[in-house]
Design a protein around this ligand. Structure first.
Ligand code: MTE
Ligand code: MOS
Length: 784
C-alpha cells in the first residue's frame, strides 16, 4: 500500500478527543514547570532586565545581590565555558555587554526561592551608558538599519505588466505584530545526573536545537545534553527559537551549582523578553487589466526583525512566497528586507510570514475592487490560479481546481448571494449601523522552505504483551500531534488505539529532529511512525504467514486481530502473534524515517518547488459596525477548509476554529504598543499584560460559527491522505477584516476605496467609516 492509502477499518480518521483532553480540563496534565516542585534543592532563576532600549553595560556589580538572603549565585558572561550565544546566527549574546532592547536580560540570579531571586536581581548594580536607539520601522528605514540577507522574488517583467495595465494603483500598508500569549510561559528545568550529563526539560518546539545551543554554551558535545519536552501549553511558533537561551541559563546554573535549576518566565517577563510576530511595512504598485485581472505587482516588504535575526530571514522568505496568495500575477517583483530595531527579536508565529504576505495582496484587492467597479468576491475569483499555472517562484499550483470547487461550495453553504442582498437592504435601512459580508481564500504552502528540515524520525516498540510504545521527533503544544501519531501507529499495526501509548519527546530517543513547525508535524512524524510500524508489521507478517499457511502479503492486521485475507475466522490475536514472534527471535521494535520527496529550493534565486502541496481554504464572514463608535460584532463566520482526508477530524476542527479566532485577534483586536517617544521609557513595551493587550475571548467569537472540512480530498503522497492544518486557518480571518472594510465603505458613497489600518480595532474602524461618511457629506455639498 502506498503512503496515502488507509486500511479498511482503523482508528485513522476517527473523531476522537485530544489524547490529553481529560488531563487538560482537570488540571492533571503536567507542564515543564510542574515537574520542578518534585525536585529537592531546587534553585530559581530571575533576570536582570535593561531599563533602556539600547545601552552599554559599563559596570556590573553582583556583590549586593549575593548579600540578599537565599541568593546562591549570579550568572554572568564570565561563567560561560563555551560560546556566549543563544542563537543560531551568532548574533544573540546570552549575557550581552550591550543591552539591545528594553527588557533585555543581562545577567541571571539564582536563589533558594523565586522571591529571593527577584530581590537579588533588584540588588544587582548595573551602570548603563545609554546609546541612540531605533524603535520604529520608519526610523530603521530612514537610518538604513537592516539585518540579514535582502531577497527578491521575481517573475516576468513588471514594466511590461504595468504597460499592459488599464488601472495602476499604489499604496502603503503597515501590518501589526502579535504576541503569542500561549497559556504556558517559557520554562526550563535542568539538572545534572550521576554521570555528569545535563538533562533539561524545556517548553520547546525544537528540542534538538535547544540541545545544540545548550551544548555550545556549556562547551560540551551534544551527546552530553538531553532535552525533553513533555508538552507545551501552546507554542504558536513562539517556542521555536526563543526557548534556547532559557534552557542554557538553567543548564549553566545547574552545572555550576550542582543543584537543579528552574527558570519560568512570569507573564510580564515573557512579554518583555521574547519575540513576537513580525510587524511588516509594505509599499506596492499593482496593475490591473480592464477585466480586473492582475497584470503586475511590485512590492517591497520590510519586516521589523527586532534586535537580532532569529528566524527573520525564513519568515521573510515565506512572506514573499505568499504575496500571491491564491492569485495568478503574471509579472511580479517583490523585495524583502529586515529592519533591525531595538525591540524583542521577532520570531515565528503561526503562518510564519505567510499571513503578512497574504494580507498585502488581500488589502490591495479589497481597496481596488470598488475602483475597478467589481464586487470584491468577483475580483478575487477572477484572479484565482487556474490549473496548470505556477507561482512566481516557479512551483506549479497543483489542485488549483480544488480552490474553485471549495469557493463555489462555500458560497452555496453560506448562502452568500442571498445574504449579500440582505446586507445591502439592511444598510439602506440603517444610517448608523452597517453590515459587511466578505469572502477570502487561503492557499498556503506546506513544507519547510529550508529543504533539509523536511525529515523526521520515530522509534516504535512492540512489547511481548502486544502493547505499543511510540516515540517521535515532534512536540505536542495542544495541536493534537500526539493524538494523530497514536492513530497512525494503531492504523499501521492494525491494533486498537488503546494498545498504543506515547512517550515524551526526547533527544536521546529520536535525534536530529526538526522543529515542530511549518504545520508539518503530522506529515513528517506521521511518515516516520508509519515507516517504523510497517517494518515491524512486515516482520510479524512473515511469522503469521508461517502459522496461517499463506503468503505474507495475504496476512491482514485489523483491530488487534491477525488473519489470512478473506478468512477473518482463521487468525490469532495480535498479542499472541507478538508472543510467538518473540520466541522466534524477531525484532519487535524499529526506527522509522521519513523525508519529504520532490522538494528543492534555491534560496538566493528564490526559485524552486519548496512545498510538497498547498493547503486551501476559504471563509465568509459577516460583521456589523456601529457608526458612532466603530465598535463591531462578528455576526457569522462560515469556513470550508481542505485538510485532505483528516487524520483526526475533531482535532482538525479545533485547529481550524482556533486558527480563525487567533487570526481574528491579530487582525482586529490585538495591538502591540511600544513607547516611541524620546522620553526615558523609549522602547518599552506598553502593552505588558492582558489588561492592555486585547486577546480574543468568548465575547469576540462569531455569534454563529460554521466550520466544515472539504470532503473527498485525499492528498496522495502524504500519510493516510491527510494534509497539514496547524497554520493555514489563521489566514481565514482576513475575511473578517475585509467584511469590516465593506461595512465601513457602506457609510459612504459607492465606488471609492476604503483604507483600513491593521489591526482593525474599533478605533481604526471608526476612522475608516468616518472618512467614508465625510465623503458623503462632501458629495452632498458638491451637489448643492
Ligand atoms: N495549536 C495549538 N493548540 N497550540 C499551538 O501552539 N501552534 C500552531 C499550530 N496549532 C499551535 C497550534 C503552529 S504555529 C504550528 S506550526 C502547528 O500547530 C505545529 O504543529 P503541527 O505541525 O503538528 O501542526
Ligand atoms: Mo509554527 S509558526 O511554524 O511554529
Amino acid at each position: 500500500m502506498s503512503l496515502h492509502e488507509r486500511p479498511a477499518s482503523s482508528p485513522v480518521g476517527e473523531a476522537i478527543p485530544h489524547e490529553s483532553a481529560a488531563l487538560h480540563v482537570t488540571g492533571h496534565a503536567l507542564y515543564t514547570d510542574d515537574l520542578g516542585v518534585r525536585l529537592q534543592n531546587l534553585l530559581h532563576a530571575w533576570p536582570v532586565q535593561s531599563p533602556h532600549a539600547h545601552a552599554e553595560v559599563t559596570a556590573l556589580d553582583t556583590a549586593p545581590a549575593l548579600a540578599v538572603p537565599g541568593v546562591i549565585r549570579v550568572l554572568t558572561a564570565a561563567d560561560v565555558p563555551g560560546v556566549n550565544d543563544a542563537g543560531v546566527k551568532g548574533d544573540e549574546p546570552l549575557f550581552p555587554d550591550v543591552a539591545r532592547y528594553h527588557g533585555h536580560a543581562v545577567c541571571w540570579v539564582l536563589a533558594e526561592s523565586e522571591e529571593a531571586a527577584r530581590q537579588g536581581a533588584a540588588a544587582v548594580e548595573v551602570t548603563w551608558t545609554p546609546l541612540p536607539s531605533v524603535v520604529t520601522v520608519a526610523e530603521a528605514i530612514a537610518a538604513g538599519a537592516f539585518q540579514g540577507a535582502q531577497s527578491t522574488l521575481s517573475r516576468g517583467d513588471v514594466a511590461v505588466g504595468f504597460a499592459q495595465a488599464a488601472h495602476v494603483l499604489t499604496g502603503e500598508f503597515d501590518i501589526g505584530g502579535q504576541e503569542h500569549f500561549y497559556l504556558e510561559t517559557n520554562a526550563a528545568l535542568a539538572h545534572v545526573d550521576e554521570a555528569g550529563q545535563v538533562f533539561i526539560q524545556s517548553s520547546t518546539q525544537h528540542p534538538t536545537e535547544t540541545q545544540e545551543i545548550t551544548a555550545h554554551v556549556l562547551g560540551v558535545p551534544s551527546s552530553h545534553v538531553t532535552v525533553q519536552c513533555l508538552r507545551m501549553g501552546g507554542g504558536f511558533g513562539g517556542k521555536e527559537m526563543q526557548p534556547h537561551g532559557y534552557a542554557a541559563i538553567a543548564a549553566l546554573g545547574t552545572t555550576l551549582t550542582g543543584r537543579p535549576v528552574r527558570l519560568r518566565l512570569n507573564r510580564t517577563q515573557d512579554l518583555t523578553l521574547t519575540g513576537k510576530r513580525h510587524p511588516f511595512h509594505a509599499v506596492w504598485r499593482a496593475g490591473f487589466g480592464a477585466d480586473g485581472r492582475f497584470t503586475a505587482l511590485e512590492v517591497t516588504l520590510t519586516s521589523d526583525g527586532g534586535w537580532s535575526l532569529d528566524l527573520s530571514e525564513p519568515v521573510m522568505a515565506r512572506a514573499l512566497c505568499h504575496v500571491d496568495n491564491a492569485y495568478f500575477i503574471p509579472h511580479v517583483l517583490a523585495h524583502g528586507r529586515i529592519a533591525q530595531t531595538n525591540k524583542t527579536s521577532q520570531t515565528a508565529f503561526r503562518g510564519f510570514g505567510g499571513p503578512q504576505g497574504m494580507l498585502v495582496v488581500e488589502d490591495i484587492l479589497g481597496r481596488a475592487a470598488p475602483l475597478l467597479g467589481l464586487d470584491a468576491h468577483e475580483l478575487r475569483a477572477r484572479n484565482f490560479y487556474q490549473p496548470g499555472e505556477a507561482t512566481p517562484y516557479g512551483q506549479p499550483v497543483r489542485h488549483a481546481e480544488r480552490l474553485h470547487d471549495l469557493w463555489a461550495q462555500l458560497l452555496t453553504r453560506s448562502d452568500f448571494h442571498v445574504r449579500r442582498s440582505e446586507v445591502a437592504a439592511f444598510n439602506a435601512a440603517h444610517p448608523h449601523t452597517k453590515r459587511g459580508l466578505s469572502v477570502t481564500p487561503v492557499k498556503f504552502g506546506i513544507s519547510f522552505n529550508f529543504t533539509a528540515y523536511n525529515q523526521a524520525g520515530a522509534l516504535v516498540h512492540v512489547y511481548k504483551d502486544g502493547s505499543v510504545l511510540i516515540n517521535h521527533g515532534g512536540t505536542e503544544m495542544g495541536q493534537g500531534l500526539h493524538t494523530k501519531m497514536m492513530q497512525v501507529a494503531a492504523a499501521a499495526l492494525g491494533v486498537p488505539l488503546s494498545s498504543v501509548r506515547l512517550a515524551p519527546t526526547r533527544t536521546d530517543k529520536v535525534p536530529n529532529t526538526s522543529a515542530t513547525a511549518a504545520s508539518s508535524g503530522a506529515d513528517l512524524n506521521g511518515g516516520a511512525v508509519k515507516d517504523a510500524c510497517d517494518q515491524i508489521r512486515s516482520k510479524l507478517a512473515e511469522v503469521a504467514a508461517g502459522t496461517l499457511g499463506v503468503h505474507p502479503d495475504d496476512v491482514r492486521f485489523e483491530a488487534g486481530r491477525v488473519f489470512a485475507l478473506g478468512h477473518p475466522e482463521r487468525g490469532m490475536a495480535f498479542a499472541e502473534l507478538v508472543h510467538d514472534a518473540y520466541h522466534r527471535r524477531t525484532p519487535l521494535w524499529a526506527a522509522g524515517f521519513y523525508r519529504t520527496p520532490g522538494l528543492h529550493w534555491d534560496r538566493a534565486a528564490m526559485q524552486g518547488e519548496p512545498f510538497k502541496y498547498f493547503s486551501y481554504g476559504a471563509a465568509v464572514t459577516e460583521v456589523e459596525v456601529d457608526g458612532f463608535t466603530g465598535a463591531y460584532r462578528v455576526r457569522r463566520a462560515d469556513v470550508l477548509h481542505d485538510v485532505g482526508d483528516s487524520l483526526s477530524p475533531l482535532i482538525d476542527l479545533g485547529q481550524v476554529e482556533g486558527g480563525y479566532v487567533q487570526g481574528l485577534g491579530w487582525l482586529t483586536l490585538e495591538e502591540l504598543r511600544w513607547d516611541e517617544s524620546g522620553g526615558p521609557n523609549r522602547g518599552r513595551l506598553l502593552t505588558q499584560s492582558a489588561s492592555t493587550y486585547k486577546l480574543p475571548s468568548f465575547s469576540e467569537l462569531p455569534d454563529e460559527f460554521h466550520v466544515a472540512l472539504l470532503e473527498r480530498a485525499t492528498e496522495t503522497g502524504v500519510v493516510y491522505g491527510s494534509k497539514a492544518v496547524g497554520e493555514p486557518p489563521l489566514m481565514l480571518a482576513i475575511s473578517a477584516r475585509e467584511a469590516l472594510r465593506e461595512a465601513c465603505a457602506a457609510f459612504g458613497p459607492p465606488g471609492r476605496e476604503t483604507l483600513l489600518r491593521s489591526p482593525a480595532t474599533p478605533e481604526a474602524v471608526y476612522w475608516a467609516l468616518d472618512t467614508a461618511r465625510r465623503a458623503t457629506g462632501e458629495q452632498v455639498a458638491a451637489d448643492d
